[in-house]
Design a protein around this ligand. Structure first.
Ligand SMILES: Nc1ncnc2c1ncn2[C@@H]1O[C@H](COP(=O)(O)OP(=O)(O)OP(=O)(O)O)[C@@H](O)[C@H]1O
Ligand SMILES: [Mg+2]
Length: 391
C-alpha cells in the first residue's frame, strides 16, 4: 500500500499505539504525508482542532446554548439571533455547528472575507454565496441571470439579492459583524427583517459593537426595535475544562498526568479556545512546554488585540493602560477603580470621562461588568498586562 512508508515513519517517532488509536479520519490524513508531530496532533484530536468546529461530534459541552440556538433556527417566530461572548469562547463554532445540525437553508458570510467593509461589498458577497448554494432552483438562477445576445447578463446586485432572498428565505448568518458597523449593512438587515421571512444570525467578538450594530438602546439605529434572541457563550467551569482536556487526549489515545491537567485548567480559566491550543500543543510536546506555548500564543494574541484598540485611542492610551493594569490585579468597584486610577496617574478624571473609558473597554470585550464590579475576564490578557506589556 502506498501509505506504508508514512505509517512506518510515525511508528518509529511516536509509538504504534499512539498513531493507530486515532480516528479513521486521522489515519487517512496521515496518508497525505504529514511531516511533523504537531500536524499529526491536529489530525487525531478533532476536539483540539484549532479551527471553529463545524460538526456536533467535535463540539464539546454547550448543549444548552446549542439547543437554544437550534430552537431559534427552527422556530418561526424568532427572526434575529445574536450570539455573544468573550473572545475564544466558541461563538463561531456554535454558529457553524448549529446551522449544520438543524438542516436549515443558510448562507454564511464572515465579514473578514470582504474586500472592504461596505454595504456594496457585503451585498455582492451575499449574492455570490446565494447563487452558489446547491439548493438554488435552476429556474431562479435563470431568472436572475438572463442571456442577452449571447452574453450572460446578471441582474444588478441589489435586484438579484432581493429576488433570491424573497424566494428562498434562507438564514443569513454573519460572523465578525462588528466590522460592518456604520457601513449601511444595518439598514440592509432592517430591510431584510421587514420585507422578507429570512432569519438573521449575527455574531462577533466585540460585545458592545455588536450591541451598537443591532441598535440596542439607540432609537436612531437602523435595526432598533426589531426583536432578537441573545445566546451567550460563557467560559467553562473548572470541572468541564478538565473533562474537555481529558476527552481530547482520550480521542488521541494519550493520557496526561493529573497535575498537568490541573495546572492548565487553573491557568486558562475555562476559555475553550485557549484550552484547545494547549491540548493541541500537548499532543506533540511535554505538558509544561505546551502550557507555556499556549500561554505565550494566547498572550500575544490578547496583546495584539489590545494594541489595535489602543492604536485608535492614542491620546488616552496611558489612562486605558492604567485602568487595565489595575483590573488585571483583580475585580474592583467603579469608585475604588476610579480612586486608584487617579492616585496612580496623579490627576483628576471627570466621572463621565472615566465612565466612557470603562464603557469602551466593556464594548470591546476587554472588561466585563457585573452589577458595579468591573473585571478582566480573559486570563491571558490579565497575564499580558501583569507582565508589564506597554506597547
Ligand atoms: N464547544 C467546543 N468544543 C471544542 N472546541 C471548541 C468548542 N468551542 C470552541 N472550540 C475551539 O476553541 C477555539 C475558538 O473557537 P471559536 O473560533 O469558535 O471561538 P470564537 O468565540 O468565535 O472566537 P473569536 O472571539 O476569536 O471569534 C477553536 O479552536 C475551536 O475549535
Ligand atoms: Mg469567532
Amino acid at each position: 500500500m502506498r501509505c506504508y512508508p508514512t505509517v512506518i515513519l510515525f511508528h518509529r517517532m511516536a509509538g504504534f499505539q499512539d498513531i493507530f488509536s486515532g480516528t479513521k479520519r486521522g489515519y487517512w490524513q496521515l496518508r497525505g504525508g504529514i511531516s511533523n508531530l504537531n500536524r499529526y496532533a491536529i489530525t487525531v484530536s478533532m476536539l483540539f482542532d484549532l479551527k471553529p468546529k463545524e460538526k456536533i461530534k467535535d463540539f464539546f459541552n454547550y448543549k444548552e446554548e446549542l439547543g437554544a440556538f437550534v430552537g431559534c433556527l427552527t422556530n418561526k417566530s424568532t427572526r434575529m439571533v445574536v450570539i455573544r461572548g468573550l473572545r475564544r469562547t466558541g461563538k463561531s463554532s456554535l454558529l457553524k455547528v448549529g446551522l449544520n445540525k438543524c438542516g436549515v437553508k443558510f448562507v454564511m458570510v464572515d465579514a473578514r472575507e470582504l474586500s472592504s467593509p461596505s454595504r456594496r461589498s457585503f451585498e455582492s458577497k451575499l449574492l455570490a454565496k446565494l447563487k452558489a448554494v446547491k439548493w438554488l432552483p435552476a429556474a431562479l438562477l435563470e431568472k436572475i441571470e438572463s442571456v442577452d445576445v449571447g452574453v450572460r447578463v446578471s441582474l444588478r446586485t441589489d435586484e438579484g439579492i432581493w429576488e433570491l432572498l424573497k424566494a428562498l428565505n434562507p438564514v443569513i448568518a454573519v460572523d465578525e459583524v462588528q466590522m460592518l458597523k456604520g457601513t449601511g449593512v444595518e439598514a440592509f438587515f432592517a430591510a431584510v427583517y421587514d420585507n422578507t421571512d429570512c432569519k438573521i444570525v449575527l455574531t462577533g467578538s466585540e460585545v458592545g459593537v455588536l450591541d451598537a450594530f443591532v441598535g440596542k438602546d439607540n432609537p436612531k439605529a437602523a435595526l432598533f426595535g426589531r426583536g432578537f434572541v441573545e445566546i451567550k457563550m460563557h467560559p467553562l467551569e473548572a470541572e468541564r475544562s478538565r473533562e474537555f482536556l481529558m476527552a481530547g487526549f482520550k480521542e488521541a489515545g494519550k493520557s496526561l498526568p493529573e497535575d498537568a491537567i490541573r495546572k492548565a485548567v487553573a491557568e486558562l480559566d475555562g476559555i475553550v479556545g485557549w484550552l484547545a491550543i494547549f491540548g493541541n500543543s500537548a499532543l506533540g510536546s511535554e505538558p509544561a512546554n505546551a502550557l507555556a506555548d499556549s500561554v505565550t500564543k494566547g498572550t500575544l494574541l490578547a496583546h495584539s488585540e489590545l494594541q489595535s484598540f489602543l492604536g485608535a485611542r492614542r491620546s488616552a492610551e496611558k489612562r486605558y493602560l492604567t485602568l487595565l493594569r489595575l483590573l488585571a490585579g483583580g475585580p474592583m468597584r467603579w469608585s475604588v477603580l476610579k480612586r486608584e486610577m487617579q492616585a496612580v496617574l496623579n490627576e483628576r478624571i471627570a466621572d463621565s470621562q472615566f465612565s466612557n473609558y470603562l464603557k469602551s473597554l466593556v464594548a470591546y470585550g476587554f472588561v466585563a461588568v457585573v452589577g458595579n464590579i468591573y473585571e478582566m475576564p480573559d486570563p491571558l490578557l490579565r497575564r499580558a498586562l501583569r507582565g508589564g506589556i506597554s506597547n
